[in-house]
Structure formats: structure tokens, C-alpha cells
Design a protein around this ligand. Structure first.
Ligand code: 0X9
Ligand code: ZN
Length: 427
């Protein structure tokens, strides 16, 4: 009796918190904006500074025919339309009310996971939380005692353990060159951790087909860098991007890990000093614990880091350094050959179209990102950000049924690029 009373009390106390934590996006509206030329793009950048409640998904591209989406909360719908009209900014409603869509995806994912027996993970069967991914990683050394190591490199701001997996072929040779892959630097890009898990399974469970990728190279994989942000997209707010550490502005939480790295940090072109912006760079380089952890992982492999690959979404790009300048790095052409191999492999297998080149030219300027650091400081032979394909309503939010198509296609590219690196830079 006492126990059930206690249970009831706990339920009453906890339930409202659970209900209120989840942002349901009721009457949130999504617009597609089509900036025409430089003036419109400047205007969008200005609006993204002035309107902290408008969530611009992705920043405008350098090409002229680019479009982008923005999520507007209900209380600002009318004024946002007025703003678009007054500036003659081409816009159209894509989604009237985001709530039923977000809810349907959330329900689908929860339902799929009812049938999954942890720590066994079906990568193609659901999206997993940070703790589920850790549980899976921790189960691997027992299954592959000679081939796998799990190391914890540190903690997130909210004290989640940040884990890194090392995969070898088990021949006991030390200090092989390394292919290092990270995922989920940005919280809402859910296909990124799925892709990291798929790569792990290809190298472990499908070893017979991928042996040559591990003959002379070790793979180091960190599926979730931004653990707090990622957890928050599962529990609170599906389209969160940054970390969850408070900033100097009480209204705005979180820093963009991909603007927080200490190489050419702090340029206004490519990052922001405003904590309310999506590309907020932090007060100082590496002031986010998650950036420190990824920095330490990268530095740990200095001298043998032949391929650094950061998994993001979306856009179908292979993005090479530099992000911070229009100049090209010394080894640019060699890196382009690796991207060529990935792009060609994908177009041949699925007709998927990728673009590749330096971030500054192909996408937009970025400063303080992980890929520039991997080249500029760690001196990786090849450093790259891969923007996986878009899917779902916003590009960041594929349905579970999309996972297989996205990760199998992307694996064709990653595999071809790894093979090209191994061929070009033999151990
Ligand atoms: O802006 C970013 O941080 C990345 N794009 S995303 O839409 N996933 O946010 C691109 C960063 C690319 N930077 C380099 N390759 N240097
Ligand atoms: Zn990203």
C-alpha cells in the first residue's frame, strides 16, 4: 500500500515534468525561403541574429538557387510574414503545423524500439539515444575481445560519458595509421549516429567483406560527440543543434561545437559571437567540454591520422578545408582525389549526386570547425566533413524507413574513400 501510494505520488510529481519537457511544436509553421542574391542572404543572416525564436535550418549556400527552411513559433507567424513581405523575400508555407509530424515520428521511433533487445541494436530499425548507443558500445569488447576497445575520453557538460571505439583486425600490431570518424557534432542530425553505428557493424559483423579496410589501418569511431544536445532532441526539442551549456545570455543556451575549435577561431565570417545564434562560437576556443574531448581524441592520433571524417547532415557534400579562408590548403588536390573516389562510387551505385570541394567555396565560410582543426593543428593527411543526404520534413529528420537507403548508399562512399586513402598512403 505504502509502495503504491509512493508510486502514485511519484507519478503525480514526475508526470507534469515529463509532459511539459517535450516541445510539441503545436502550430509551429515551416517556411521555405528563396533568397535571390547577396542582399537577401545578408538579410537572412540579419534576421537570424535579430529573431532568436526563428529557427533557421541550415545557412544559405553560396550558389544562387539555394533555398532554406525556417521554423516560426505560433506567436510570431503573423509578424514573420509581414517581415518577409516588406523585404520582398520570396517565401512559401511548407508545413502549416509541425506538431502532428513531429509527434508521428516520435511515436514511430518509440514503437520500433519496443521490439529491440538491448544491448543488441538494429541500426536500420530505429534511432537510438546516447545511453543506448553507449550500452551497445560497451557490449562489443565481449563479442570481439581481440578487435575492439572502448575508451572514455571525458564527459559532456551534463556529465554524460563520451565514448570512443577502436576497431582493428586483431593482429596485435600497434600504431597503425588511423581512420577517425565522428558523428553527432550537431544534435538534430540523426542520420549521423546511425551512420557511425552502421560503419561499426560493417567492420565488425561484416568483417569478411571488409577485411582489407583493416589490414594495415585501425578505425577509431566516436558516434556521439554532442551527447547532451542529442539527448535533448530525443526528450525535449527535436531540432536542437548546439550543446546544452548555458551562455552569458540567460535567454539562449548552447554553443556550436563546429565553431568552437581552436584553429583560426573567432572570425566573424563563418561564426557568431551572439549566444542566440545557431553558429555561436563560445566565449573562447574549446570552452565546451565536448569540444575538448574531441580535440583530445584527435590529438591522441596525431602523426598517424590519415583520414578524418566528420559525419553531418544534410546536403550531399564532401567538404574539405578550408572553411575559414578562400585559400586552398597545400594538399588540396590529394584530398580532392579521395572525394572523387567517394562521389564516383556513390553515383555509380545509386545515382546519388554529391558535390565536393573546399567548404568556403562549395558551402559557406565556417571558422573554428573540427575539420579545419584536424588539418591545421593535427595535420591529418585527409580531413573532410561529409554532409549525408536530406530526408524527412526538415532534412534532418528521416523516418526509420529511410535509414537503410541512406546508410547503405553513404557506406558505398565512405568505403571507397577509405580504400582510396589506404591505397594512396600505405602503412
Ligand atoms: O555549418 C556546419 O557546421 C556544417 N554544416 S551543417 O549543416 N551540418 O551544420 C559544415 C561544416 C563544414 N566545415 C568544414 N568542412 N571545414
Ligand atoms: Zn552538422
Amino acid at each position: 500500500m505504502a509502495a503504491s501510494l509512493l508510486g502514485l505520488l511519484t507519478l503525480l510529481l514526475v508526470q507534469p515534468l515529463v509532459l511539459f519537457a517535450w516541445q510539441d511544436y503545436k502550430d509551429y509553421r515551416v517556411y521555405e525561403l528563396r533568397p535571390q542574391g547577396i542582399a537577401d542572404r545578408k538579410l537572412i543572416r540579419k534576421l537570424s541574429k535579430e529573431k532568436p525564436l526563428w529557427d533557421f535550418l541550415g545557412t544559405t549556400r553560396n550558389s544562387n538557387d539555394s533555398s532554406l527552411r525556417v521554423i516560426i513559433p505560433p506567436e510570431e507567424v503573423d509578424s514573420s510574414v509581414e517581415t518577409f513581405r516588406s523585404y520582398h523575400l520570396e517565401h512559401r508555407v511548407l508545413i502549416e503545423d509541425l506538431a502532428p509530424l513531429v509527434q508521428a515520428q516520435r511515436a514511430e521511433n518509440i514503437k520500433r524500439k519496443e521490439f529491440i533487445q538491448m544491448p543488441h541494436i538494429e541500426v536500420l530499425g530505429a534511432f537510438y539515444t546516447h545511453s543506448e548507443i553507449n550500452e551497445y558500445l560497451d557490449s562489443l569488447p565481449e563479442r570481439f575481445p581481440k578487435r575492439v576497445q572502448v575508451k572514455q575520453f571525458g564527459w559532456s557538460y551534463e556529465r554524460r560519458p563520451l565514448k570512443v571505439l577502436t576497431i582493428s583486425n586483431g593482429d596485435g600490431k600497434r600504431d597503425k595509421p588511423v581512420i577517425l570518424i565522428d558523428g553527432t557534432v550537431h544534435a538534430r542530425e540523426w542520420i549521423s549516429p546511425s551512420m557511425a553505428l552502421y560503419i561499426i557493424q560493417q567492420l565488425l559483423d561484416n568483417y569478411s567483406e571488409n577485411q582489407e579496410l583493416l589490414q594495415d589501418y585501425d578505425w577509431v569511431i566516436m558516434p556521439v560527440v554532442n551527447a547532451d544536445g542529442y539527448e535533448y532532441t530525443h526528450t525535449d526539442s527535436r531540432y536542437w543543434r548546439k550543446t546544452r551549456r548555458p551562455t552569458s545570455n540567460p535567454e539562449c543556451v548552447g554553443t556550436d561545437i563546429n565553431r568552437n575549435f581552436g584553429y583560426e577561431w573567432g572570425h566573424d565570417e563563418g561564426s557568431s559571437s551572439d549566444p542566440c545564434e545557431g553558429i555561436y562560437r563560445g566565449e573562447r576556443p574549446f570552452d565546451q567540454p565536448e569540444s575538448q574531448v574531441l580535440r583530445d581524441v584527435l590529438l591522441n592520433y596525431r602523426g598517424r591520422l590519415n583520414f578524418y571524417l566528420s559525419l553531418h547532415s544534410y546536403g550531399n557534400y564532401f567538404l574539405l578545408p578550408w572553411g575559414y579562408t578562400r585559400e586552398f590548403p597545400e594538399r588540396y588536390q590529394d584530398m580532392m582525389s579521395v572525394a572523387d573516389a567517394g562521389g564516383m562510387a556513390i553515383v555509380h551505385s545509386t545515382n546519388g549526386i554529391y558535390s565536393w570541394g573546399s567548404t568556403y567555396h562549395v558551402l559557406y565560410p565556417t571558422s573554428g570547425d573540427t575539420t579545419d582543426f584536424a588539418l591545421g593543428v593535427v595535420n591529418a593527411t585527409v580531413a573532410m566533413t561529409m554532409e549525408l543526404p536530406a530526408a524527412g520534413f526538415q532534412g534532418f529528420d528521416p523516418w526509420v524507413s529511410h535509414i537503410e537507403r541512406l546508410v547503405t548508399e553513404s557506406w558505398v562512399g565512405v568505403r571507397a574513400m577509405a580504400a582510396e586513402v589506404i591505397r594512396s598512403y600505405p602503412a
